[in-house]
Design a protein around this ligand. Structure first.
Ligand code: CTP
Ligand code: ZN
Length: 160
């Protein structure tokens, strides 16, 4: 049962499993994938999971992302597991873990931070001061940014 009814297994690539239900689109966004790179991907939402009740899955076909690229997912989907698939087999399975330091991708929650000044802007940089509950500290203004604020940055505004 589960997602097998919707999407077949992949031959090579990366499967991001155990994403909290409803967060798959945010995971795709935080990875910086917007669809025009030609990456083949499947998004499965609200499928059954014995561990989570409901979960989302993202399958990226033909690409093995590195854990350095994938750990950013832990900011919004800390339960996610990564499966690297080679010749239809799970070659490697790993949990994502929150990095100690983050550059780019996330915006500082302080609107007057120098990393939020339009064209003159400095690249956002954060130190992770706590992994659970997640707390990022901006290296410029020292303002804290939480998981809720990060999720808000990536929420897809469908049709708006
Ligand atoms: N998967 C896939 N293509 C493959 C192999 C696996 O898309 N060729 C997907 C599965 O559908 C599943 C995930 O990768 O979503 C992990 O596969 P597997 O380890 O076989 O599943 P489980 O044992 O259920 O994983 P876990 O123990 O992590 O819950
Ligand atoms: Zn700041």
């Amino acid at each position: 049962m589960g997602e097998g009814l919707l999407v077949r297994k992949i031959r090579f690539g990366t499967v991001i499993d155990h994403i909290p239900a409803g967060n798959a689109l945010n995971v795709v966004r935080i990875l910086g994938i917007n669809g025009d790179e030609g990456i083949r991907l499947a998004i499965i939402m609200n499928t059954e999971s014995s561990k989570l009740g409901r979960k989302d899955i993202v399958k990226i076909e033909g690409r093995e992302l590195t854990m350095d690229e994938l750990n950013i997912i832990a900011l919004i989907a800390p339960t996610a597991t990564i499966n690297i698939i080679r010749d239809y087999e799970v070659y490697r399975k790993e949990k994502v873990s929150v990095p100690d330091y983050i550059e780019g991708i996330i915006r500082c929650s302080n609107p007057s931070c120098i990393s939020n000044q339009g064209r003159e802007t400095a690249k956002p940089k954060f130190r992770v001061v706590s992994k659970e509950p997640l707390t990022l500290e901006c290296i410029y203004c020292e303002r804290y940014t939480s998981r809720e604020e990060i999720v808000k940055q990536f929420i897809s505004h469908m049709g708006v």
